[in-house]
Design a protein around this ligand. Structure first.
Ligand SMILES: [Fe+2]
Length: 462
């Protein structure tokens, strides 16, 4: 198919016989292609994530088709828990903002224990994939990756992200490889009125980035995508064709643990030309031009409106350096057989653990800033595990430490209470035991705590 040739843009051929249609928004599938009727995202449904919830704009804002592919690949896609989705955005703007999706974090998949990554491919128009490490007051590192037809962009596991159309005069369409067990968490983003940076369109139609004051100060890096060679990607082969040629080549999307080392300090855009921008530093925001397909140097590290202090922190910590060192997984487990299994597995995987008595857990967390995660037996003999969990999650100093709780699969009431208390990952005892090596690697290797889990809206589109 040739999805786009508007305004002289060089069409990109993704190697899939799908036609993008605009009135109404959606897709037409050619012979041998399966795909659903599009799901529409209405303007009213995304108002809570817009900077001006009362704004006017196109309605529907975008159309989504989850699970598209060639008939001969149906079984393979299901077996690999992979899903190929399409999204097309309407022309226009949402008040001052460009047309965009809601910010979200991917829910952890039960089959992998990971919040899955996402692999985007822009089919037409101009896109920006905005992403930040955390859906929390401190958003961590923030990036706006500018992309055009044929570009691919990777959102790493656990990051909050949104996609926007950079040109209000043109529709934008993208495809994405996702985990088939997809689910989205919106609550943390909505309660802060969106993500940590939002783009507005100036009079000339250029994007200007502004920090969201509901987050701690942060820096935004704007730039073109990397080649992601470490993930087996390049621009020479469209992402569906890559799967077609070698179905295992994108397996890391649903099994991100296969490439766990690549998610540490992941940088989604080219930064070789990044520079601080003194003129904007301390100013109200940044302006970045999207320029054709040339991808000329637009990777810029900007200071937020609150001044240069944050910039210094990012220069020191931003790229390629471990943010946390000597992190340990704290284990609060009394059952000696189970404890021994955890310790042996940790030894085999060279992951540092520390066994702590429940009664001393909060004291230990207060004394040391070196906790990668907490493994908590919710059936602790003292009966105090739930109280300890509530204490951890209500304390600003400790609430971001991921807690992995396990319990019997029949304890529905306890599971509900643990979720409500903020348990980040809740597993039946048997599932915990079977996933233990992966869980230890996952939580020990992440440069920062993963996002809250098992909450939010389970399957409701981007
Ligand atoms: Fe996503």
């Amino acid at each position: 198919m040739k999805p786009a040739s508007e305004n002289g843009e060089r069409p990109f051929d993704p190697g899939l016989n799908v036609q993008i249609v605009h009135d109404p928004l959606g897709f037409q599938y050619g012979p041998g292609i399966f795909g659903p009727k599009p799901e529409y995202r209405r303007l009213d449904s995304i108002r809570s994530s817009l900077s001006d919830p009362a704004c006017s704009g196109p309605d529907p804002v975008y159309a989504i088709a989850m699970d598209v592919g060639k008939e001969e690949h149906r079984a393979e896609l299901q077996a690999r828990t992979l899903l190929f989705g399409l999204v097309t955005f309407a022309v226009g703007r949402l008040g001052e903002e460009p047309v965009r999706s809601q910010g979200h974090v991917h829910r952890i998949s039960s089959h992998s224990g990971w919040s899955p990554p996402e692999l985007y491919e822009i089919w037409s128009g101009r896109a920006v994939i905005y992403m930040q490490e955390f859906a929390a007051n401190d958003p961590g590192r923030c990036f706006a990756v500018e992309a055009g037809p044929g570009d691919v962009v990777v959102v790493p596991p656990g990051w909050a992200h949104a996609t926007l159309s950079a040109d209000p005069a043109r529709p934008m369409t993208f495809a994405a490889w996702c985990d088939r067990e997809y689910g989205f968490l919106y609550d943390e983003v909505r309660k802060r009125g969106g993500l940590a940076w939002y783009a507005v369109l100036d009079a000339a139609g250029r994007l200007e980035w502004r920090p969201n004051p509901k987050y701690r100060k942060s820096q935004l890096v704007v730039g073109p995508p990397r080649d992601y060679r470490e993930l087996g990607l390049d621009r020479s082969t469209p992402i569906y064709a890559r799967f077609e040629q070698d179905p295992s080549s994108v397996q890391w999307v649903s099994e991100p643990g296969r490439v766990a080392e690549h998610w540490k300090n992941f940088v989604p855009c080219r930064v070789e030309n990044h520079r601080s921008h003194p003129r904007e530093r301390g100013g109200p925001g940044v302006v970045s031009r999207l320029g054709g397909n040339s991808h000329r140097s637009t990777a810029v590290a900007y200071g937020s409106r609150e001044g240069p202090e944050q910039g210094d922190r990012t220069v020191k910590q931003g790229f390629g350096k471990e943010r946390r060192t000597e992190q340990k997984i704290v284990v609060v487990v009394e059952d000696l057989i189970f404890l021994s299994k955890i310790q042996q597995t940790a030894k085999l995987t060279s992951i540092a653990t520390e066994t702590v008595e429940l009664e001393k857990l909060c004291e230990r967390l207060a004394e040391q800033q070196s906790t990668a995660a907490i493994i908590l037996d919710l059936n602790h003999r003292s009966g105090q595990a739930l109280d300890a969990l509530r204490t951890i999650k209500s304390n600003p100093q400790t609430r971001r430490i991921p807690v992995i709780g396990f319990l019997s699969h029949v304890q529905a009431d306890l599971a509900k209470a643990a979720r409500e208390a903020g348990c980040d990952l809740l597993l039946a005892r048997s599932a915990f035991a079977s996933q233990l090596p992966e869980l230890l690697r996952r939580y020990a290797s992440l440069p920062s705590p993963p996002s809250p889990l098992l909450q939010g809206e389970p399957r409701s589109g981007v």
